[in-house]
Write a protein that binds this ligand. Structure first.
Ligand SMILES: [Zn+2]
Length: 278
């Protein structure tokens, strides 16, 4: 058995000491609810972007704010301590429109760094961590599609709650990277941590994806006539393809020739920006 005090910081890199410092974190479902509600209220009170629980604006600084609050309320400051030990503080936070299936992503970059004056060819590892959150899924949810939504096996009632559950999941990835050097949310270790710290019951979400948004909210399918604004100009065209965004063909003398003998410019437009025309 380890005989280390889990409240004491150790050295850099993953270690059994770090693992026990993370595994001693344990909260009841009531405590989880109370602490996460406190963070919810704090975000609404302090963020210059959010304004309301179903916010329409969010900045990377909100993710920083969330991180600080979660590290304090749930991790007793241990995440930033470990990041500091790894010389990986400040870590990166990013909002991504490109994540359309995963609601968030946590990455750990490792790169060897030559250190001068420590013998020839000697190198150390340097770590960098980044958490990304999908704005496509956040803003696609609690918009027009009306149904129950869950993240981490827990029902969420607004965007801020969804953001919190997504962020909690990503923080567990970060904790695993810091403690174990690798992370997998389908494995037993992750599930165990997620239950102990956040009372999560699952590691998936059913946030509204662009495809569902397109069909349910906008009734938009390929071939539809649509209008959208691009760089201050309102344009009219037809939906040619729907993936993460819709590709719209707009007739224009500046466009490329197509098989129907006309010329079209192609625009890639986020689905929420499209308006269907009769
Ligand atoms: Zn995951």
């Amino acid at each position: 058995m380890e005989d280390t005090d889990p409240s004491e910081p150790t050295g850099p890199g993953p270690s059994p000491q770090r693992q026990s410092r993370l595994f001693t974190l344990l909260y009841s479902a009531d405590e989880v609810q109370q602490r996460s509600r406190q963070i919810y209220d704090e975000m609404l009170a302090r963020s210059p972007n959010l304004q309301t629980a179903n916010f329409t604006r969010i900045g990377a600084d909100d993710l920083e704010r969330l991180f600080a609050a979660y590290d304090r309320e749930f991790f007793r400051g241990r995440l930033s301590e470990m990041l500091l030990e790894d010389r990986a503080l400040p870590m990166g936070f990013r909002l991504s429109g490109r994540l359309v299936r995963a609601a968030g992503m946590t990455t750990r970059l490792t790169r060897p760094v030559r250190t001068l004056g420590q013998g020839k060819g000697k190198s150390e590892l340097e770590y960098e961590y980044e958490i990304s959150v999908s704005t496509t899924l956040l803003f696609g949810t609690f918009r027009d599609v009306e149904r129950a939504v869950s993240v981490g096996g827990l029902e969420v009632h607004d965007r801020l709650e969804a953001l919190q559950r997504i962020f909690e999941h990503e923080l567990l990835h970060l904790a695993e990277f810091l403690g174990w050097g690798k992370s997998n949310c389908r494995a037993a270790n992750f599930r165990s941590l997620s239950r102990r710290i956040f009372a999560h019951e699952a590691a998936y979400h059913d946030l509204v994806t662009p495809r569902e948004q397109a069909v349910v909210a906008h009734g938009i399918t390929v071939g539809d006539k649509v209008t959208f604004e691009y760089e201050g100009v309102r344009r009219v065209g037809r939906v040619n393809r729907i993936t993460r965004r819709a590709s719209i063909l707009v007739e224009s003398p500046d466009g490329r020739p197509f098989s129907d003998g006309k010329r079209y410019l192609t625009f890639y437009v986020p689905l929420p920006m499209l308006q269907k025309l009769p």
